[in-house]
Ligand binder design. Structure first.
Ligand SMILES: [Zn+2]
Length: 90
């Protein structure tokens, strides 16, 4: 007759273990993942990709600029115009 067997699955890597203690140890062995985000003056957060060039899309300089730009298209347009004006005044 079939029997019931309980396996314990690590919630992080999904690996099955025979003992709950092994699953707990597995879960606790996974490293904490650090993420870098650019946070703008109004609290907008933009993820910085480690795999992008600093000035490229997703890079640190792009993210820092993007975080300060509004997602509201009208405000964003005004911000970009002000940015252009500041550049032209120099
Ligand atoms: Zn695991």
């Amino acid at each position: 007759m079939a029997r019931i067997k309980v396996w314990y699955r690590c919630p992080t890597c999904q690996k099955q273990h025979n003992k709950e203690s092994d699953a707990i140890a597995c879960r606790n062995n996974h490293p904490i993942l650090a993420e870098s985000w650019a946070v703008g003056k109004d609290g907008k957060a933009v993820r910085i990709s480690d795999h992008c060039a600093p000035n490229g899309l997703g890079g640190i300089n792009w993210a820092l600029r993007e975080a300060d730009l509004s997602d509201n298209i009208k405000i964003r347009t005004r911000q970009l115009e002000e940015e252009t004006d500041e550049r032209n005044e120099r």
